[in-house]
Every structure is written in C-alpha cells, then in structure tokens.
Design a protein. Structure first.
Length: 310
C-alpha cells in the first residue's frame, strides 16, 4: 500500500476518534465536603506514601524536591509530558491552587478542579486514612514540598496525545475505604496504591485502576519505559514463577532488591527500581507475601533471562 495512502487512513481514523471523544472533555466536579485532619502519625505516613505512590514521577532527585520531571515514557509522537510541581510554590505549584476536597477528588478520580480529566495519576482504591495523610504531608513545611519557584517544562500534547487521553474515562469517587491490616490483603493494597502493577503489567493503555487484577498480564511484567538516560527497560515478572519470575527469591532477597536495587546474584536493577529505600520492611514483607499468592506465570520479559529453577 502506498505510504501516503497509509498516512491518510491513519489520519482519518484518528480524526474519527477525536470527534467521538471530544464531546466529553469536562466531568462532574467534587461535591462531597472534605478536609484533611492531622494526627500524630499522618505526617510520616503521608511522606512515605507520597514518595512511594507519586515520587517516581514528581520527585526530582537533582534538587530533592517534588518539582516534577519530564516523563520520557510518553512516545514522542504524542507530544511532551511533564509531571506537576507539588511544592507550595505560588508561581508553579499545584497544591496551593486546590482545596483539600479538590485534591482528594483528583487523586481518586483523575478529574482536575476545572473538570478536565488526566488519566495517569489515579488511585480510586486509596483508603480514606492514607488519602488524608498524603494531603496533610503536601500541606506541611517539609523541605521536599516547601515552595520551589521553578518549572521543569509545560505539557504539550498533540492530536495523538489528546486522542489517547479521551479514550480513557475518570474513575468513580468511592468513599469510606478502610486500610487493610492482614499481611496479604495489605500487600495487595500496596501493590495497587504504590502503583507496582502499573510497570509490572503489559502497559499503561491496558491498566484497570479500579480492578488492578483485570489489567493485562497483571504482575507478569512487560511494560516498556525509559530510564533518565533514554535506555529502554521492561518491567519484571513478579509472579512466583521460579524461572521467569521471583519464585526463587527469599524474603531477604526481595527486601534487598527493592531497598538497595540489587537482585539475587548481584545484578543491579535499572531505574526507577534502583532504590526504593523509603519503604518499611513491614510494607515490603506484606507485598512479598501477596506476590507469592499469585498464579505462577511463565512469562519471559524482553531483555530478561530465565533462571535455573532451584
């Protein structure tokens, strides 16, 4: 088929998608009253959760602040994407422009205060207590979220990028969610809230934020993303398969891999999993306990090698 004809067909299909989805660009705004309340443990818990759930995109290690980053995972043909400045900067920050109610609604549904939808920071299943603590920490005077009047760049999505956004829809605002206490259920919850399944499933377009297990290749790995230096890496298989997953890991192996970025045998993990040392041992142990309950999926991820079964 002639190249120009192929381009014409692709353009026509994309325009059809735009016409189909552009009629719904704004959604219902937050309506339930909400005010975060500080408790003795809320600061530390919120700090831990923000680093775990949002740090991968919003924390800039060059300045040790949540000023945002350029997100290179977005294909260039979609445009440029930058994560928001989460500090209390009046010039560039987001948090001062949002009420607690609007922040809570944004985190759970993906709907901004102007009604527009952003499909890449959804946590619809976050427990009420954790949501509260994240907002408390964002309002704190901690150095990482203190005002930083700087911008890493402005998001600009082209036709393709905007079409991709309109193909997803907001998640429902589900209130009254309790935090799990049992080890395995807490592990499942953390895999969801931290976002482990985002990188360790098939890809961003097939994620199910409300029902994570329904994501394609859930925790079997395969998603491609880029390191800060542009290298392509693929999310690992985290099922208990002994040859293509983590079935040969011990609990201590798992702790070392996540906190120090070193897998069994001394292999160094690639960013962003080169160091997640802010996670507590209890959190890691619960995640590991949950991962061991998953079906053993023999799925060899690109760039990985099979291990000898022990």
């Amino acid at each position: 088929m002639h190249r120009n004809k192929v381009k014409w067909i692709i353009t026509t299909v994309l325009l059809a998608h735009v016409m189909a989805y552009s009629c719904k660009t704004h959604y219902k705004l937050a309506s339930q009253p909400y005010t975060a309340k500080e408790s003795p443990s809320s600061f530390e818990n919120g700090k831990n959760l923000l680093a775990s759930s949002c740090g991968g995109c919003h924390y800039n290690p060059a300045v040790n602040k949540y000023i945002g980053n350029q997100l290179h995972d977005l294909p260039r043909l979609f445009g440029k994407l930058y994560s928001a400045n989460l500090t209390e900067s009046e010039m560039y920050g987001v948090t001062l422009r949002y009420t607690d109610q609007q922040l809570a609604y944004l985190i759970k549904t993906g709907i901004k205060k102007d009604g527009r939808f952003i499909p890449y920071m959804l946590r619809p299943n976050i427990a009420d207590a954790d949501l509260n603590d994240i907002i408390v920490y964002l309002r704190s005077t901690d150095a990482a979220v203190a005002a930083a009047d700087t911008s890493v760049g402005k998001t600009h999505l082209n036709l393709l990028g905007k079409t991709a956004i309109h193909m997803r829809k907001p998640e429902p605002y589900v209130p009254n969610i309790s935090k799990p206490t049992e080890s395995i259920t807490d592990g499942r919850y953390l895999v969801d809230i931290i976002g482990c399944f985002h990188c360790h499933s098939k890809g961003l377009t097939s994620l199910n934020y409300l029902h994570p297990e329904e994501s394609k290749h859930y925790m079997m790995g395969g998603m491609m993303f880029k390191t800060p230096d542009g290298k392509k890496v693929y999310g690992s298989n985290l099922t208990p398969c002994k040859t293509t997953g983590i079935g040969y890991y011990s609990q201590e192996d798992f702790r070392k891999a996540v906190k120090e970025g070193i897998a069994p045998g001394g292999r160094k993990l690639s960013p962003p999993m080169d160091k997640y040392d802010h996670l507590a041992d209890k959190q890691l142990d619960d995640i590991f306990a949950y991962l061991l309950t998953l079906p053993k999926a023999h799925h060899l991820v690109k760039g990985h090698v099979e291990t000898m079964e022990k």
